[in-house]
Design a protein around this ligand. Structure first.
Ligand code: NI
Length: 177
């Protein structure tokens, strides 16, 4: 398995609407496995293909404490969402170090293909439902900051740019100086 490079905002690949996967073959399975490994290493609880530069409808998720309940979803689609909503703080591997409160449906039902290409349904609530909605947004080029008020979004993005500038400065410091 290979660790993939995680793309960060404002990489334009994060804004592309992803294409459905035509066939679940070995290449797709390899990509799903690499995405899962990349997600665990980050560490994160979810990762969508555009976050590793691939504009295809693939998502991996694991919200379990022991990191032993991986989900690998091909062409996932939300087919039902609860009227009841919840607000909670979210972050994103593509927007490191910033967090914002996002309103999401409390529960969702999904239809997807598993890694064997079998059509499945999944009902989720709480953190898993939130994580799935966040990752599925990525497939349509939507980021969690898009759900915030413009004022809150601009505040967070200013903080983000400042943090990114700080990171770059650190990286270019001469070694051992
Ligand atoms: Ni994300």
């Amino acid at each position: 398995m290979t660790l993939l490079r995680i793309r960060t905002y404002p990489d334009p690949v994060l804004r592309v609407r992803c294409e459905p996967v035509a066939a679940v073959d070995d290449e797709v399975r390899r990509l799903l496995d690499d995405m899962l490994e990349t997600m665990y290493a980050a560490p994160g609880i979810g990762l969508a293909a555009p976050q590793v530069g691939v504009s295809r409808r693939l998502v991996v998720v694991d919200v379990s404490e022991d990191k032993n309940e991986p989900l690998q979803l091909v062409n996932p689609e939300i087919i039902w969402r609860s009227d009841e909503c919840e607000v909670a703080e979210e972050g994103c591997l593509s927007l490191p170090e910033i967090y914002g409160e996002v309103q999401r449906a409390r529960a969702v039902r999904l239809r997807y293909l598993d890694r064997e290409g079998t059509l499945r349904e999944l009902e989720a609530e709480g953190l898993l439902a939130r994580c799935l909605q966040h990752e599925l947004d990525h497939l349509d080029g939507v980021l969690f900051i898009d759900h915030l008020t413009p004022v809150r979004r601009n505040l967070l993005l200013r903080k983000y740019r400042k943090l990114q500038r700080g990171q770059r400065a650190k990286k270019t410091e001469p070694a051992g100086a």
